[in-house]
Ligand binder design. Structure first.
Ligand code: FES
Length: 105
């Protein structure tokens, strides 16, 4: 699935994500700046925070309790904030757009 990450300064990174990996891993594999993922994907650091494009909000499963409470600790939270390590890549996510917060770049 193709996923586009857009840095806070507008720089775009189109990556090819593998099914089953997380959106965070796809960013790490492709050295997208702005995704830090300090905890390695366990919903406990919030440095993989990104803003899912509004059009995609309803196509993703809702955050579970761990993700929701960790998002509260993130900086510059918006209604479309998600932890990208908790988003699993599926074919349905082809074309997903994730914007990155300024605090991680
Ligand atoms: Fe730490 Fe996602 S990588 S919360």
């Amino acid at each position: 699935a193709k996923i586009k990450f857009i840095e806070a300064d507008g720089k775009e990174h189109q990556v090819e994500a593998q099914e089953g990996q997380s959106v965070m891993q796809a960013a790490m594999d492709n050295l997208v700046p702005g995704i830090v993922a300090e905890c390695g994907g366990f919903a406990s650091c919030a440095t993989c925070h990104g803003y899912v494009d509004e059009a995609w909000m309803t196509k993703l499963p809702s955050p579970d309790a761990a993700e929701a409470s960790m998002i509260e600790c993130a900086f510059h939270v918006r209604p479309n904030s998600r932890l990208t390590c908790q988003l699993k890549v599926t074919p349905a996510l082809d074309g997903l757009v994730v914007r990155l917060p300024v605090s991680q770049t």
